[in-house]
Design a protein around this ligand. Sequence first.
Ligand SMILES: Cc1cc2nc3c(=O)[nH]c(=O)nc-3n(C[C@H](O)[C@H](O)[C@H](O)COP(=O)(O)O)c2cc1C
Length: 404
Amino acid sequence: MLDTPLTLPCGAVLNNRLAKAAMTERVAGGDHNPNDYHLRIYETWARSAPGLLISGNIMVQRDSLESGGNVVVEDERAFDRLEGWTAVARAGGSHFWAQLSHPGRQTSRLVNNSPVSASNVGLSDWKLYARPRPLRESEIEAMIAAFARTADIVRRAGFTGIQIHAAHGYLLSQFLSPLTNLRKDRWGGALENRARLLIEIVRAVREVVGPEFPIAVKLNSADFQRGGFSEDDSLAVIAMLERESVDLIEISGGNYESPSFMDLNVKESTRKREAYFIDFARRARENCRLPFMITGGFRNRAFAEATLKNKEADVIGMARPFLVDPEFGKRFLSGELQEVSLPRFKVGRGISLMSEGGYYNFQIARLARGRQPKLKLGPYRAAAHILWHETKKSFAHRLRSPFA
Ligand SMILES: Cc1cc2nc3c(=O)[nH]c(=O)nc-3n(C[C@H](O)[C@H](O)[C@H](O)COP(=O)(O)O)c2cc1C
């Protein structure tokens, strides 16, 4: 099953059912262009030839970054660099999709002290994240145009699909959640209004990329916060997306305050069972004919095969396993590797997201330099690494230094 091709509604074909889910690379310099580090990382992943490689989140506006090391595509200034990146990533026959994103309030003070969001609701960790101001109506219209402009550029530069990031508490997810969207205008209130920005972006992107180009949406099954975006909300948004010309829905969950996408607050039973969002996907598929990708927790090949065979998903999304073994995709697809195990940190809540993020960012940085993963890295060193890395990147961003 894993090696069975998949034809998407737009007609594009994925060669197999394994996808490398988006992982922010954070290796760009202050010019925010793809560089040789991106090429090295994707050269490695392309050799594994998963059906789909999704880029780390690419920012659609230069003044709103999730990290100082993000790639930004607002105009064509680095068009040749983008072309070089897509050529490398597609060399093994994988589709290479650009994940388009805006962080909204989930941006540290190091890179942005005046973020925007649906409303002025700040993250609970106000020391690290500044309180956002609500976007004005004209800025929302500009946001829709920004997603469409970036989609148009990346398509022409050789990306073979777009994924719109509406999960994990980033801007579109902030609009979807009643906890962070307190607006009284047509962009807030009822779910139909909260989903309007996402739907308008899907339409605007479709308009520029044409009918035969894959568009995916990464969506939370829920935010896992009391009063937040719920599973019922998510089912309703999936029904709205089905009425638009979307080709694939990727299911994930959580946000920075409730990081279920990295299994940091899922129940022990859920973690042991693999695939944290599979129960939700089962429910969602009862009434939806769109192809589904589930990401989060897949580690065992037989389980992935069974998920596909039982039609619980059409694509298996995996992220962290691609960082602990540069050959992971190839070995998993061929059956040489039956199970991958990842380290687990036992530290306090606050530091564990930092340690987890730091650990994998450290491995990406090694991959970018052509080095093998270094799996022995303690939680405190991992947290220190990410703090130092992000500080450096935010200086490069502020100084607009291409130094990476
Ligand atoms: C270092 C790192 C960076 C990530 N960056 C992104 C990102 O840019 N966009 C996104 O949608 N998810 C991102 N994620 C989440 C992954 O796509 C995925 O949902 C999560 O890691 C769970 O899958 P896994 O259990 O296979 O790792 C990131 C995860 C990691 C570990």
